[in-house]
Design a protein. Structure first.
Length: 506
């Protein structure tokens, strides 16, 4: 796996005549060490249509300086990026190829820009000699390697926080620079500036898209947002970042749900096959995510027991069981993302958005078409909740409540898609549907947890270990499920108020 670090930096405008002010006067700085000038030569790679640049990703091969090699940067927030590094080589590292696959797919990565930088480096040190930040004055020459070979040159100042440093320190540095008349750069990165200043023609960016006006516009905007989320979350899943699998699975489910809900707007003949593939992807992601949720739940339940109720090697058995299941699901998830079927799904989403299968209802005003679809999902949910509440406690009711949970999610996602058009009423409706979904989700998690606890108890018994603790946990999960069932009528009463639906205007 590539080395990774969190990069927190700020960039400032400068000229060849710009001189750094006395940075030893910044609070906390004991000394400023001048390290001299380093010559850097970096070639930046992208697809011909700049798929990485559109999403603010940076891929470069750099020589010179203290960190020569391949660098891949993912945006986290303004001025913050995760930088991954691999040793210098002639070809793209395999780890980077995997992280970029969702965006690049079968397109070639080609050199697009070369940056030659003369970097004058200064280190800001504290009283113990520890690094606080690196300040560099960079004289940059950019050469476009595609589209005519235009060039550009500029000087900029870069302030990069030391590892594990306090971001507030950069505020103090910026204040000092500001007093010297040095202002923040309008460009977020050298690559972005190079592409802008050497571009053969102005390209269309996501910000240039027309604002939604019709019902079809709103639905497509939601579809596009979820499709982009899947692509953006792919590298995070591969890196095993916290909550990444869950977020990717949610985007997949939201997308599938809205395609099913708004079938009067988008032709099902085109969207149903896409929806089937989204269902497959969500199921594959669920193998990893469901185990993650189950592990966390069982650990929390075990941590909540008094020590006198924990008999035998319970924690060790739970850990071994969890690791074995998690490792297998993790490998399977990455294999799915590397597979042709997944890449074909991403291509089909691109095709759908490029040539959307709009039906006549898509041209209608959103205030008419969207509420009807939302309320149709509500009626489906109401029927399932009513059916579940009529059943006696037991397996059949558990199944019915799980079906109601899925309907609650569809109603919630339908309202979320309509929210930009319908405003606050759609937001309130979505929140009430989320409350129903959360309650039913906790109930279903308890059902799954009890099945796992029974399996663990059987395994413990077969190994000659006490199964008492597993039985205690099973009983507590059963009690939790009963509590959720008692709460459901009240939560549903709030969610099903007529005025909530009337406010949607359907």
């Amino acid at each position: 796996m590539a080395d990774s670090k969190r990069e927190i930096e700020r960039k400032y405008e400068a000229t060849t005549e710009t001189r750094l002010p006395d940075l030893s006067r910044v609070a906390g700085v004991f000394a400023v060490a001048h390290l001299g000038v380093a010559e850097l030569d970096a070639v930046y790679y992208d697809t011909e249509d700049l798929r990485l640049a559109v999403d603010s990703l940076t891929l470069r091969r750099r020589t010179g300086g203290g960190d020569a090699g391949w660098h891949l940067k993912f945006p986290v927030a303004s001025g913050i990026r995760d930088e991954l590094r691999e040793p210098l080589s002639d070809t793209l590292p395999r780890s980077f190829a995997g992280l970029l696959r969702s965006r690049v797919r079968d397109r070639a990565l080609v050199p697009v820009v070369r940056l030659l930088s003369a970097r004058d480096v200064h280190h800001l040190l504290d009283a113990d000699g520890a690094l606080l930040a690196e300040i560099s004055v960079d004289r940059v020459r950019a050469e476009r390697l595609t589209g005519g070979g235009a060039t550009a040159a500029w000087t900029e100042i870069e302030a990069e926080l030391a590892d594990d440093g306090d971001p507030a320190f950069l505020d103090a540095v910026e204040h000092r620079l500001g007093k010297a008349g040095i202002r923040p750069s309008a460009s977020p990165s050298k690559l972005a500036r190079a592409l802008a200043e050497t571009a053969p023609e102005r390209s269309t960016s996501p910000a240039d898209r027309p604002r939604p006006r019709t019902a079809g516009d709103h639905v497509l905007a939601y579809v596009r947002h979820q499709a982009e989320a899947i692509v953006a979350l792919d590298p995070a899943v591969r890196r095993d970042l916290p909550d990444s699998v869950h977020q990717m699975r949610v985007a997949t489910r939201r997308l599938r749900s809205v395609l099913r809900t708004y079938r009067k707007i988008l032709d099902r003949g085109v969207t149903d096959p896409v929806g089937d593939e989204l269902k497959w992807l969500a199921a594959e992601l669920g193998i990893d995510r469901d185990q993650e949720v189950l592990d966390a739940r069982l650990r929390a339940r075990l941590d909540g027991l008094p020590r006198t109720l924990v008999l035998g090697p319970v924690r060790g058995r739970l850990r071994i069981w969890s690791v074995a299941r998690r490792n297998g699901s993790r490998r399977r998830t990455v294999a799915v993302l590397d597979g042709k079927r997944y890449l074909a799904l991403l291509e089909s989403l691109d095709t759908l958005l490029a040539d959307p299968p709009l039906l006549p209802a898509a041209s209608r005003a959103p205030g008419r078409a969207l509420p009807r679809a939302v309320l149709k999902e509500y009626r489906r949910l109401a029927a399932r909740v009513g059916h579940a509440l009529e059943l006696p406690p037991g397996h059949d009711r558990d199944v019915a409540l799980h079906e109601a949970r899925k309907a609650a999610k569809r109603a919630r996602y339908a309202a979320e898609a309509a929210r930009p058009a319908l405003g606050r009423p759609a937001k309130r409706f979505a929140n009430r549907m989320k409350a129903v979904q959360s309650l039913l989700g906790d109930h279903q998690d308890s059902v799954v947890a009890r099945e796992a606890l029974r399996t663990l108890a059987v395994q413990a018994h077969a190994a000659g270990e006490p199964s008492f603790t597993w039985g205690v946990l099973h009983g507590r999960e059963a009690a939790a499920a009963e509590a959720r069932e008692r709460e459901l009528p009240e939560v549903w009463e709030r969610a099903s108020r007529a005025k909530l639906r009337a406010a949607l205007g359907g």
